[in-house]
Ligand binder design. Structure first.
Ligand code: SF4
Length: 246
C-alpha cells in the first residue's frame, strides 16, 4: 500500500469515528457546507480574546507545589488523593469540572470514571484531539463526600489555585462543565440550562458553558445540545488557528 492509499484510509477511519460519535450523541444528520455557513452567520461572535497578563502567572508546577499536601478546607479529611489536573501545560483548550468523584479520588486523575470516558469521547472522537492535548481540571481538588456539591467555603479555599492554574496555562478557550463549575467561574446564580452554549468570558478568556458529562449519563437525550456547544468551540478554535497562521 502506498503513502496516498494509507493516508486515504486514515481519513476514512477518522470520518467513521467522528460519525459514530455523532450518532452516539443522537445527531442523525450531516450539515452541508451551505448549512454550515448559514449556521456560522447566525451564531453570535465569540468574545474578543484578552489574555491574562503573563506577568501575573507562575508555572503550573509551581502552583502544584504551592498547593502542597493541602488542608485548607475540610475536604482534605476524606480524600485519598489530591486531583490537581492533567494535560498539556500550554493547552489551547481547558475543561473545568466540579470536583473529583470516587474513581478520580482513587487514581488522583481528573475525569477517569464513566463521565470521564464520555468526556474523553468528546475530546477524541468529537473534537479529533488527543486527551493529552487539552488540560482537564476541577473547581475543587479533593472529592466531596458522596459526590455532593462542594460547599461555598470549600470552593472559596480551593478557587485561588484554579485561578493560578488557568493563569499558568493561559488557554485560548475554557469549557465550563456543569452548574457548579460555571456558577463558580462566572460568579452567577444563573443555571446551566440557560447559560449553556452562550459565549462568556473568564478573566478575559472566552468560556463556553455546557452540561457536565455526568449529567449526560443520566440524561442522554441532552447529548445533542452538548454537541452543538462543542461545534461552536471547534469553529472558534479553527478561527483562532486561521488568524494565527502567517
Ligand atoms: Fe485544599 Fe482544595 Fe483539597 Fe480543600 S479541596 S483541601 S482547598 S486542595
Amino acid at each position: 500500500m502506498d503513502e496516498v492509499q494509507q493516508e486515504f484510509l486514515e481519513i476514512v477511519a477518522q470520518v467513521k469515528t467522528h460519525l459514530e460519535f455523532r450518532r452516539a450523541l443522537g445527531v442523525s444528520f450531516v450539515e452541508t457546507t451551505a448549512a454550515g455557513s448559514r449556521q456560522a452567520a447566525v451564531q453570535p461572535a465569540a468574545p474578543t480574546m484578552e489574555k491574562i497578563p503573563l506577568s501575573q502567572s507562575i508555572g503550573l508546577a509551581a502552583v502544584r507545589e504551592e498547593l502542597g499536601d493541602c488542608i485548607r478546607c475540610k475536604l482534605h479529611k476524606g480524600r485519598k488523593n489530591i486531583v490537581f489536573g492533567e494535560g498539556d501545560p500550554n493547552a489551547a483548550l481547558v475543561f473545568v469540572g466540579e470536583g473529583p468523584g470516587q474513581e478520580e479520588d482513587l487514581q488522583g486523575r481528573p475525569f477517569v470514571g464513566a463521565a470521564g470516558q464520555l468526556l474523553t469521547d468528546i475530546i477524541v472522537k468529537g473534537m479529533q484531539l488527543k486527551r493529552e492535548d487539552v488540560y482537564i481540571c476541577n473547581i475543587v481538588k479533593c472529592r466531596p463526600p458522596g459526590n455532593r456539591n462542594p460547599d461555598p467555603d470549600e470552593v472559596e479555599a480551593c478557587e485561588p489555585f484554579l485561578i493560578k492554574q488557568l493563569r499558568a496555562i493561559n488557554p485560548q478557550i475554557i469549557i465550563g462543565l456543569g452548574n457548579v463549575a460555571v456558577k463558580t467561574l462566572l460568579k452567577t446564580k444563573e443555571g446551566i440550562t440557560s447559560l449553556r452554549g452562550n459565549w462568556k468570558t473568564y478573566q478575559g478568556i472566552p468560556l463556553i458553558p455546557t452540561f457536565h458529562p455526568a449529567y449526560l449519563l443520566r440524561t442522554p437525550s441532552d447529548k445533542k445540545l452538548v454537541w452543538d456547544d462543542i461545534k461552536k468551540v471547534i469553529a472558534e478554535m479553527k478561527k483562532l488557528r486561521d488568524e494565527n497562521e502567517p
